[in-house]
Ligand binder design. Structure first.
Ligand code: C2O
Ligand code: CU
Ligand code: CU
Length: 500
C-alpha cells in the first residue's frame, strides 16, 4: 500500500470512529472520558503517517551587542487528527515554540509577550542566570504584558529548554503546549565533527504524551489520582506530531532528546534494540560517547544520541518497558515516538570523535557544606481528600514567602537527595549544573557523567551531587529546586534557595 493510500484509509477510519464515538458520548459517557479510538489509532497501529514537525530555528537579531529574541505566548489550534481542530497553546505558533540557538558568551534579551489572557511565566531551564530573570514563580507575566530578561549565556554546549513556571499552574501551561528547546553552542562543540545540519541530520526532539478527549480536545483536567502520580497521556508526541516519521538522508542521525512530558519517565530505545551513542547530558557533552541500547529520561532531562542507520532498516524510537517501570510514571506505556526511515541512498558522515569535551570535575573536598533533602508523598486518607500536604521536600510543601535554604556565594556544596515515596521523582535545581557523585553510594554510570540539572531519584535511593555557586548573589529573589513531575511541583514538591 502506498503512503497516500494508508493515509486516506486511516483518515476515513478515524473520521468514522470519531462520529460514532461522539454520537455515543452524549448518551452514555461523561465528556471527560478518553477516546479509545485515538489510542487505537495512535498507539496500537504502528503506522507512522505524519511527517515529524521540526520547530523553527531562531537565531535572534543582533542589536548593539545584544542578541534579541521575540517570543509571543499565544493561543492556537492544532490538527493532531485530520479534520479535528484541538485548542492548544504555543510560542510564536499554535503548539510548542521555536528552537532558540545561542552561543556561549552571547548577551541575550528575550522579549516574552503574554497573549494567552491569563498570567504565566517563562523559565529558562538549565540556564545559569540572575534569579530575577529566572522566570520562575516570582516573575509573573500578566496577560498583555512583555517581560524582557537580559543576561549572558555561560553554558557549555548542550540542550536546554524554556517553559512556564507559574505557581500552581506549571503543569497546566506546559500540558497545553508552551515549551521549546534552547541549543547552546560553544567553540569546542563547533569544532567537533558531529552531524549538525538542523532538521536534516541534527534533529531536536521534544518528547511528550497527551490524553485526548472524545471531541479531540486535550484540556488539562487532572483527577486526584493524576495529581498524586502525575498526568500521563496515552498518545505519544514528538515535536507535537502524533504517529511521526522522519526520513533519514544520512547514515548517522543525531537526536537531541528532551523529555518535555508532565510526568512520564521514558526508557528510550529502538524497536530492534540496536545500540546507539549517547553524547551529551543535560548541561554538557559527555567526555566520551557512551554506547548503550537504552536511556532513561525523566521529565526535564535531555540527552543527545547518535544512531547509525546505514543498514537502511526502518526503526522506531520507543519507550521500553522494564521491571522498574512500575515506579516510573508512564514507564509502562507503549509509546512509539518516531519512526526513522532511511533513504535508499544515504550520505556518509564522518565517524563520531572519541573525545567530545573536557569536564572540570569538582573534588568532594572542595565542598564546604552538605544539605540533605527528602522527597516524600503522604498517601493517607486526609491527603487523598486533598486536605493536607501531600507532596513535600523535607516535610514542607512550597510557600512563595518562605526561603528554605540560603547558599553562600562562591562556595561549593554537596546536595544529598533521597526519596522515601513509592514513585521515582526527578529532582531539578535552578541556576547551576551539577555533577553526580553517587547513587546509593555507587558511582553513576557512564551516561550520567556529564553536567546535569535534573536527576531521577528512584524509591529508596539517595543521590549525592556537587555544584559550585559562583555568581549572582541576590537577597531578594530565590531560585527553585523541585520535582520535575509537574503535578508534584504544583502540589508543593518544591523549595526555594537564595544565593547571598
Ligand atoms: Cu524545568 Cu523549575 O523547571
Ligand atoms: Cu529549571
Ligand atoms: Cu515527584
Amino acid at each position: 500500500m502506498s503512503e497516500k493510500n494508508i493515509l486516506t484509509k486511516l483518515n476515513k477510519f478515524n473520521r468514522r470512529e470519531f462520529l460514532k464515538t461522539t454520537a455515543v458520548s452524549g448518551l452514555a459517557f461523561g465528556a471527560s472520558l478518553t477516546l479509545p479510538s485515538w489510542q487505537v489509532f495512535a498507539q496500537n497501529s504502528s503506522l507512522h503517517i505524519n511527517r515529524l514537525a521540526i520547530p523553527q530555528q531562531e537565531k535572534g537579531r543582533q542589536e548593539a551587542g545584544v542578541k534579541i529574541f521575540d517570543l509571543e505566548i499565544q493561543d492556537g489550534e492544532t490538527e493532531f487528527f485530520e479534520g479535528i481542530k484541538t485548542k492548544t497553546r504555543g510560542v510564536n505558533g499554535s503548539l510548542l515554540g521555536p528552537t532558540l540557538r545561542m552561543n556561549n558568551g552571547d548577551i541575550v534579551r528575550l522579549n516574552v509577550k503574554n497573549s494567552i489572557g491569563e498570567t504565566t511565566t517563562m523559565h529558562w531551564h538549565g540556564i545559569h542566570l540572575p534569579a530575577k530573570y529566572d522566570g520562575g514563580p516570582h516573575q509573573p507575566i500578566k496577560s498583555g504584558e512583555i517581560w524582557s530578561p537580559q543576561f549572558e549565556i555561560m553554558q557549555k554546549a548542550a540542550n536546554y529548554w524554556y517553559h512556564p513556571h507559574l505557581m500552581g499552574k506549571t503543569a497546566d501551561h506546559v500540558w497545553q503546549g508552551i515549551a521549546g528547546m534552547i541549543i547552546v553552542d560553544d567553540e569546542e562543540s563547533k569544532a567537533l565533527s558531529l552531524p549538525s545540519e538542523y532538521g536534516v541530520d541534527d534533529i531536536p526532539l521534544v518528547l511528550q504524551d497527551r490524553r485526548f478527549e472524545r471531541d479531540g480536545s486535550m484540556e488539562y483536567r487532572p483527577t486526584r489520582h493524576d495529581i498524586m502520580s502525575g498526568m500521563i497521556g496515552d498518545v505519544a508526541l514528538a515535536n507535537g506530531t502524533i504517529s511521526a516519521y522522519f526520513e533519514a538522508s544520512t547514515n548517522l542521525v543525531r537526536l537531541r532528546l528532551l523529555n518535555g512530558a508532565n510526568a512520564s519517565i521514558y526508557n528510550l530505545g529502538f524497536s530492534d534494540n540496536r545500540n546507539f551513542l549517547q553524547i551529551s547530558t543535560d548541561g554538557s557533552m559527555l567526555e566520551k560517547p557512551y554506547e548503550t541500547n537504552s536511556i532513561i529520561l525523566s521529565p526535564g532531562e535531555r540527552a543527545e544520541i547518535i544512531v547509525d542507520v546505514s543498514d537502511k532498516k526502518t526503526i522506531t524510537l520507543e519507550n521500553k518497558i522494564t521491571s522498574t517501570s512500575g515506579s516510573m510514571g508512564g514507564g509502562n506505556l507503549d509509546f512509539k515516538f518516531l519512526e526513522i526511515r532511511p533513504a535508499d541512498n544515504l550520505n556518509t558522515l564522518p565517524s563520531i570523535p572519541n573525545q567530545l569535551t573536557k569536564i572540570d570535575w569538582i573534588d568532594e573536598s572542595e565542598a564546604t557544606n552538605t544539605r540533605t533533602f527528602m522527597m516524600s508523598m503522604q498517601m493517607g486518607p486526609m491527603m487523598m481528600l486533598g486536605l493536607g500536604k501531600s507532596h513535600t521536600i523535607n516535610g514542607k510543601s512550597m510557600k512563595m514567602d518562605r526561603i528554605d535554604e540560603v547558599v553562600k556565594l562562591d562556595t561549593t556544596e554537596i546536595w544529598e537527595v533521597s526519596n522515601d515515596s513509592m514513585l521515582a521523582h526527578p529532582f531539578h535545581i535552578h541556576l547551576v549544573q551539577f555533577q553526580i557523585i553517587s547513587r546509593n553510594g555507587k558511582q553513576p554510570h557512564a551516561g550520567e557523567r556529564g553536567l546535569k540539572d535534573t536527576v531521577l531519584i528512584h524509591p529508596g535511593e539517595t543521590v549525592r551531587f556537587i555544584a559550585k555557586f559562583e555568581t549572582y548573589a541576590d537577597k531578594k529573589y530565590p531560585y527553585m529546586y523541585h520535582c520535575h513531575i509537574l503535578e508534584h511541583e504544583d502540589a508543593g514538591m518544591m523549595g526555594q534557595f537564595l544565593v547571598v
